[in-house]
Design a binder for this molecule. Structure first.
Ligand code: SRM
Ligand code: SF4
Length: 542
């Protein structure tokens, strides 16, 4: 039996539904329930401020409705003007902060219904958009950032853009509703790739350039790993079937690493993306949304079936996969120099949230530097393509806003969670900085204050900060309670494993303290914490 969302998509006339009427309805700050599903395809989530929920209930008021807007930024490439436009919108129509996401996109939180249209129009004026940032379609395409870093990075960025453009929905509904485009008369326009009901679920693509796996390519529905020899891009290894989301207590749902399928030439990526998307369109589970991702289609039908289907749609199989080596999946904060001699500064952004002094400093840099600012898959930012003579000025401005970050802090990620995420069971972004301070002390006590152990926290098991790939993963279970997972490899190539459930802060620190002391005493040479726990922790013991 197909789900409500399938019914809503089918009846939506190309994602229009009654969105225009919902926006015009004056007596509520909300949109109609069916439109809340369709608005996601336009990059908009209806939310309410959960900090205010109880108080509003007591006052017998409707929830404090507000909206999150997500702007797509393929491969994270943003111009100085786009930065300044988004920053201004954050101040004028949102909560004063810009949120860089774990998929190299922007989010604005706290936008009121009446401000949705002007905000979306301004985003489009800056030549970014929000269509397909959410919904059952291909999402923002990620790539190891920085086309200015090397020729290979530039080619990979171009490939990400080409895939993104090719898989953008064809409907004109977005232009009609938000940009005052002509009104549709009659039937909705055809969607050549997606069809009338789009995909069974969200779909995610990323391109990685070894030795960095910053995009966490194995967490993606579809991935491309650049194969580079002597500085030249030979092609890509293709991966499929990755995903993070799970539901507590339901073993039929689980995080899964993508399989490496084979190798393709650089000019084959768009065709492969279309073929894999259409396999999922035709065979994905439309009856049960929590088992509707490509990872379950592959597990339910088998990898051989999937490879056969892909070969048939492309007219040929993939070539055998090539060797590659990943060394890390986190960012290196600080200056690096590109092949052309220009400089790039990776800036630490705590959990992707930029406000206050840091936002002001970055605005001043965008005004004077005028070069690109790049969003990283680890929620940080790169000020790219800086001339030698401009570095001092940028350093001076950064001093006014960049938070202090030990390697442990810089390697960490937390999802948004409270107060805006309707699915959060526990805090994440607002709490992790505090917890990291305490975990840092545990590492410092054993002489490891400089560790870059990867800690990731989410407010629920959906996995938005990819916690199942962390060396220490903390997954929200209830207010103040987390499941503790251990054993990621610091490269995003191994899933961690559940160790203890439902721990409060005291229990987390006690558990980690014991392990950190043992790791420091027993580890081989410079063995990472995640590798050591993977080898030594008894995951079966209660
Ligand atoms: Fe996510 C749902 C935030 C990356 C897996 N995610 C949500 C929603 C929209 C909650 C909702 O459905 O009501 C969250 C909005 C919170 C808020 O207030 O802003 C949300 N997800 C985020 C972001 C902002 C986290 C962040 O801190 O940066 C990331 C936005 C990415 C983007 O720009 O597109 C974000 N989400 C991810 C990732 C990581 C990735 O894509 O690499 C994952 C795990 C990978 C995956 O998809 O398997 C992820 N989000 C989910 C899921 C679980 C999907 C599943 O297959 O089970 C949900 C829940 C759902 O879809 O029903 C979800
Ligand atoms: Fe919300 Fe859960 Fe995603 Fe965190 S992991 S943003 S709590 S859906």
């Amino acid at each position: 039996m197909s789900t409500d969302v399938e019914r809503i998509k089918a009846a939506s006339r190309g994602l229009r539904g009654t969105l225009s009427e919902s926006l015009a309805a004056p007596l509520t700050g909300a949109i109609a329930p069916d439109d809340t599903q369709l608005s996601k395809f336009h990059g908009i989530y209806q939310q309410d401020d959960r900090d205010l929920r109880l108080e509003r209930q007591h006052q017998k008021l409707e929830p404090a409705w507000q909206f999150m807007i997500r702007a797509r930024v393929p491969a994270g490439v943003c111009t100085a003007d786009q930065w300044l436009a988004l920053s201004q919108l954050a101040r004028e129509h949102a909560d004063g902060s810009l949120r860089l996401t774990t998929r190299q996109a922007f989010q604005l939180h706290g936008v009121l219904k009446r401000d949705l249209k002007p905000t979306i129009q301004a985003i489009n004026k800056s030549l970014l958009d929000t269509i397909a940032a959410c919904g059952d379609v291909n999402r923002n395409v990620m790539a190891s950032p920085n086309p200015w870093r090397s020729d290979v990075h530039a080619q990979v960025t171009e490939a990400a853009r080409a895939i993104s453009d090719h898989l953008t929905p064809a409907t004109r509904a977005y232009h009609e509703i938000w940009l005052d485009g002509d009104k549709l008369v009659g039937e909705a326009e055809a969607e050549p790739i997606y069809g009338a009901t789009y995909l069974p679920r969200k779909f995610k693509i990323a391109l990685a350039v070894p030795p960095e796996n910053d995009v966490d390519v194995f967490a993606q529905d579809l991935g491309f790993i650049a194969i580079v020899r002597d500085g030249a891009l030979l092609g890509y290894n293709v991966t499929a079937g990755g995903g993070m989301g799970a539901t507590h207590g339901d073993p039929t749902t689980y995080p899964r690493l993508a399989d490496v399928l084979g190798f393709c030439a650089p000019d084959e990526v768009v065709g492969i993306a279309e073929a894999v998307v259409t396999i999922q369109r035709d065979h994905g589970n439309r009856d049960e949304r929590k088992r509707a991702r490509l990872k379950y289609t592959i597990d339910d039908r088998g990898l051989d079936w999937f490879l056969g289907e892909l070969a048939e749609r492309r007219g040929r199989p993939l070539k055998p996969a090539a060797e590659f080596v990943f060394q890390r999946h986190t960012d290196r904060i600080g200056w690096t120099r590109g092949e052309d001699g220009r400089w790039h500064r990776s800036v630490f952004v705590q959990n992707g949230r930029i406000a206050g002094k840091q936002l002001a400093a970055l605005d001043r840099i965008a005004e004077s530097h005028r070069g690109p600012l790049l969003l990283t898959p680890n929620q940080n930012l790169i000020i790219a393509s800086v001339a030698e003579k401009d570095r001092t000025g940028i350093n001076r401005l950064l001093e006014q806003g960049e938070p202090d970050g030990s390697p442990l802090r810089q390697a960490a990620m937390a999802c948004v969670a409270m107060p805006t995420c309707g699915l959060a069971m526990a805090e994440a972004e607002r709490y992790l900085p505090d917890l990291i301070g305490k975990v840092s002390e545990l590492f410092a006590e054993v002489g490891q204050a400089d560790t870059d152990t990867v800690i990731r926290m989410t407010g629920c098991p959906n996995g938005c900060a990819r916690p199942y790939l962390a060396e220490i993963g903390l997954v929200g279970k209830a207010p103040g309670k987390y499941n503790l997972r251990l054993g990621g490899d610091g490269k995003g190539q191994r899933l961690n494993r559940a160790w203890r459930d439902n721990l409060d802060e005291g229990q987390i620190l006690e558990a980690l303290g014991g392990l950190i002391r043992r790791w420091a005493a027993e580890r081989d040479d410079d063995e990472r914490f995640g590798d050591w726990t993977h080898r030594h922790v008894d995951f079966a013991a209660p």
